[in-house]
Design a protein. Sequence first.
Length: 108
Amino acid sequence: MSGSEEAAFALDRLIHEPNRLAILTVLASVKDADFVFLQRALGLTNGNLSSHLTKLEDAGLVVIEKTFVGKKPRTSAALTSEGRTGIAAHWEQLERLRAIAVQPGSFG
């Protein structure tokens, strides 16, 4: 397979991991989401969600904000502009792969 053919099939593994893809997809549909909302919507444990958010934050795809509402801590996450671009590019790549897969004779 040539380099250009490999690029046609390449997926960003950071984004493509199922839980991170789910987090980014939820965040793409809202301005921001609090930790508890994400946890319940995605069915993730505290530690699992926290770990994935940290990876996404380290990559610059999400921003995490910790505040207090009264005396209760609140953690929220939002996509950065890089995150919005990344998730949009990922969905476009998946759509290209789907289009290749449905072309007759695509794979020999």
